[in-house]
Design a protein around this ligand. Structure first.
Ligand SMILES: NC(=O)c1ccc[n+]([C@@H]2O[C@H](COP(=O)([O-])OP(=O)(O)OC[C@H]3O[C@@H](n4cnc5c(N)ncnc54)[C@H](OP(=O)(O)O)[C@@H]3O)[C@@H](O)[C@H]2O)c1
Length: 265
């Protein structure tokens, strides 16, 4: 039975991935901080699951769950680096501690986890690393300063790793979601004016999860969803020019109602 480990499994895209992989008969390891949400999800989807509570932004502990997870379900066949937070606010309003936590979680924890599972995958000559980056990596949107740094880094590192491992049997899939309807997106986009939010083409997390599973099977290297956002990747110069012309202003966090503050959970 295939062992799939999913970080950020308590919500949004990660939760949809848990559901999709369980429905396909995989043994699934769920990793996030909110145990109750993961337990409720595991109970709803059935199948073979195990749960690890871990704050992945703590780099000294972010790999602690790997050994017990493998001891129970066997070596990890598919590692999905999905956990992430998004801070949307003017660059000058970022706080150092939030920047560090976001970079640790979005960029460095995936590198640490990948480094930890890679030797065994290389030895077996099989395995898949999935890195969930963001189209923000190549559509540098105002208000996403630190987030862009983390996602451009993770996307570039992921694609570079895929090239390095091309002949090893270990497959790397880099995923670039555009806006997808999850709590992260709903909170983040509240920082923009209503007109800008209405213009966004937004995808569905279950559809993205289905596409990620299919891309893993097909050994696809890059997945962009919703598909029209692929234009940003293939026309980076035009994307930046357009953003300079029409990018929406980002609201100061002092202008946001408390319920829509862009704080991570
Ligand atoms: N939705 C979009 O529009 C969009 C677009 C581009 C890229 N993405 C990327 O897609 C990924 C999933 O995002 P989502 O939209 O599904 O957001 P979400 O619904 O907010 O889910 C984020 C997940 O990350 C986990 N997480 C956050 N901080 C964590 C920490 N310190 N340690 C461990 N887990 C942590 C959360 O679990 P706990 O709170 O329980 O820890 C949650 O399960 C992220 O990497 C995000 O950057 C999303």
């Amino acid at each position: 039975m295939k062992h799939v480990a999913i970080t950020g499994a308590s919500s949004g895209i990660g939760a949809a991935l848990v559901e999709e992989y369980v429905s396909q008969g995989a043994a699934v390891t769920l990793v996030a901080r909110r145990r109750a949400d993961m337990e409720a999800l595991a109970a709803r989807v059935g199948g073979r699951t195990q749960i690890f509570v871990c704050d992945l932004s703590d780099l000294s502990r972010c790999c602690d769950w790997l050994a017990p997870a493998a001891a129970h379900f066997g070596p990890i066949d598919v590692l999905i680096n999905n956990a992430g937070v998004q801070r949307v606010l003017p660059a000058a309003e970022h706080e150092d501690s939030d920047l560090d936590a976001m970079l640790n979680l979005n960029l460095l924890a995936p590198l640490h986890l990948t480094r930890a599972v890679l030797p065994a995958m290389l030895q077996r000559g099989s395995g898949t690393i999935v890195d969930v980056s963001s189209t923000a990596a190549y559509a540098p949107t105002p208000g996403m300063w630190g987030y862009i740094a983390s996602k451009a880094g993770s996307g570039a590192a992921s694609e570079g790793l895929g090239i390095e491992l091309a002949k090893t049997g270990v497959h790397v899939l880099t995923v670039y979601p555009g806006p997808v309807d999850t709590p992260l997106a709903r909170t983040g986009y509240a920082a923009y004016p209503d007109w800008a939010q209405k213009l966004l083409l937004t995808g569905d997390p279950r559809e993205l999860a289905r596409r990620i599973c299919a891309a893993v099977e097909l050994k696809q290297r890059v997945l962009i969803y919703p598909l029209p956002y692929a234009l940003c990747r293939f026309f980076p110069g035009i994307t930046r020019w357009l953003l300079r012309l029409i990018a929406p202003p980002v609201r100061s966090r002092h202008a946001l109602p408390a319920s829509t503050s862009s704080s991570p959970h």
